[in-house]
Design a protein. Structure first.
Length: 179
């Protein structure tokens, strides 16, 4: 398993994992018609933009990918500076997804470890992430030592309002020690 900084050439595989990850994680949580309308093309455009901005010098965020031994991308993580002034944590994990067929292989933990080490190297001290309350991945964040710190109503998904919770790590180094 290789964890490396994501490159623009990785955008297509990241987009596929994003769409497949959403569909796997949020079935029976987010309305099916919303999930069915998530397109690879839209996600590809988004990830091309994100990776181009990082390459052009946006040092406030980073993306890493996990490659298996066959050099196939099987997961990604993205995050950086907190986007929420109301949260008292200086960094945020924006997104992490692993190919649904590759879960439970330690890929997510290795991605988080690389990301947290990058954050510490950039001078960040704490981190949070938001996740839908009914997302089964909550156990992953709890295993990493995430503390439940808030909840709020998430945006409507085709008219369905959902609860979004935040997990936090007041000290980043503790997140690495949990792995």
């Amino acid at each position: 398993m290789l964890i490396r900084t994501a490159q623009l050439i990785d955008a297509n595989e990241i987009a596929k994992i994003s769409v497949n990850g959403w569909r796997a994680a949020y079935t029976n949580i987010i309305p099916e018609d919303y999930l069915a309308n998530i397109s690879y093309e839209d996600r590809l455009q988004k990830w091309c933009q994100v990776l181009e901005e990082i390459k052009a010098g946006d040092a406030s965020r980073i993306a890493f990918v996990a490659e298996n031994n066959q050099q196939q991308i099987v997961g990604y993580i993205c995050g950086g500076k907190s986007r929420e002034a109301a949260m008292s944590f200086d960094a945020e994990l924006y997104a992490i997804y692993v190919d649904p067929e590759q879960k439970q292989n330690g890929i997510g933990s290795r991605l988080v470890e690389a990301f947290v080490k990058w954050l510490i190297g950039q001078g960040y001290h704490s981190m949070f992430c938001r996740v839908l309350e009914k997302n089964p991945a909550r156990k992953f964040y709890e295993k990493l030592g995430g503390q439940l710190v808030s909840e709020k109503i998430a945006k409507a998904f085709n008219g369905k309002l959902l609860i979004e919770i935040a997990y936090a790590w007041p000290e980043l180094k503790l997140c690495i020690n949990q792995n």
